[in-house]
Write a protein that binds this ligand. Structure first.
Ligand SMILES: [Zn+2]
Length: 285
């Protein structure tokens, strides 16, 4: 029992049920799957180990319709996740040079080796194939117009794709239509989430700025007051705003303006004067 299927599992389950109708595509997809699993063939039978029932069934089906041969299917019982061992002889053809087969090659390669990040977290797709199995994948990707990049890792050629746009396009080309819908939905959610984060961050920054200014004003007024206990030397308008700021150290300008029954800009102006005054008297550092 799985808790929550990964996006990779979801896409593979969908692709395993996409059956290519043309014989050329059946050959191409089967060959791509086999080569991605064990490397390029020289016509000899392959032994494939496939961790997914639906994919194993697809190999058997494609071999039957495309003129290949599956000799034995054995379910491995020892592993946690059952795997299927089968011995496959490929059909003689490797598909056509048409776009239909390019899509079938991508689909077969992904079914065999694809890993896809959950679109809510990462836009990353990769397929690590044996170093000898790159001819088919590279030509398929080129013909389908998918800008797969490649690197090597532990003796394998890793094809990868980053970015929402190309990944969504590749899913669509392979025929994973439900996955494209989920991908696009998650993509919208993710965009909204990051916009909300950006907004929250800038609100916090503004709040910090306002609060810092308010506390600075309070400090300035405290220093003025330390020198002239009742702020008697200040004009009444300044004195009133000074007392308000001391009484409400965190209040915004608008709140102070409401209490003082003057305009916001008048309050701002008086607070500026108080800070300047404290500075001029060398009372603020
Ligand atoms: Zn085809």
């Amino acid at each position: 029992m799985t808790l929550k299927a990964s996006f990779t599992d979801e896409v593979k389950a969908e692709l395993a049920n996409v059956q290519p109708a043309r014989p050329c595509c059946q050959e191409a997809e089967l060959t791509a799957m086999a080569e991605a699993l064990v490397g390029a063939s020289d016509g000899a039978p392959f032994t494939l180990r496939i961790p997914r029932n639906a994919v194993a069934r697809k190999v058997v089906h494609l071999a039957k319709v495309a003129g290949g041969r599956v000799e034995t299917v054995r379910k491995g019982a020892t592993e946690k996740r059952p795997s299927y061992r089968l011995r496959l002889t490929l059909p003689s053809g490797r598909g056509s040079k048409d776009g239909c087969c390019a899509r079938a090659i991508l689909r077969g390669t992904f079914l065999a080796r694809g890993v896809l990040g959950n679109p809510a977290d990462a836009y990353h797709l990769e397929m690590a194939v044996p170093a000898g199995a790159t001819t088919l994948v590279s030509s398929g990707a080129a013909r389908a117009g998918i800008p797969l990049k490649r690197t090597t890792r532990r003796g394998r050629t890793v094809y990868y794709l980053k970015g929402a746009e190309p990944i969504s396009r590749m899913l669509g080309l392979m025929g994973a239509n439900r996955a494209v819908m989920r991908f696009e939905n998650d993509r919208i959610l993710r965009d909204m989430r990051s916009q909300a984060n950006r907004r929250a961050n800038s609100e916090t920054a503004n709040m910090d700025k306002r609060l810092r200014a308010a506390l600075q004003q309070r400090d300035a007024i405290r220093r003025l007051k330390a020198r002239d206990n009742r702020l008697q030397s200040l004009p009444p308008a300044l004195r009133e705003v000074a007392e308000l700021r001391l009484a409400h150290p965190r209040a915004g300008l608008r709140e102070l303006a409401q209490v003082a029954q003057v305009s916001k800009s008048a309050v701002a102006n008086r607070l500026r004067r108080l800070v300047r005054l404290a500075n001029r008297n060398g009372l603020i550092d």
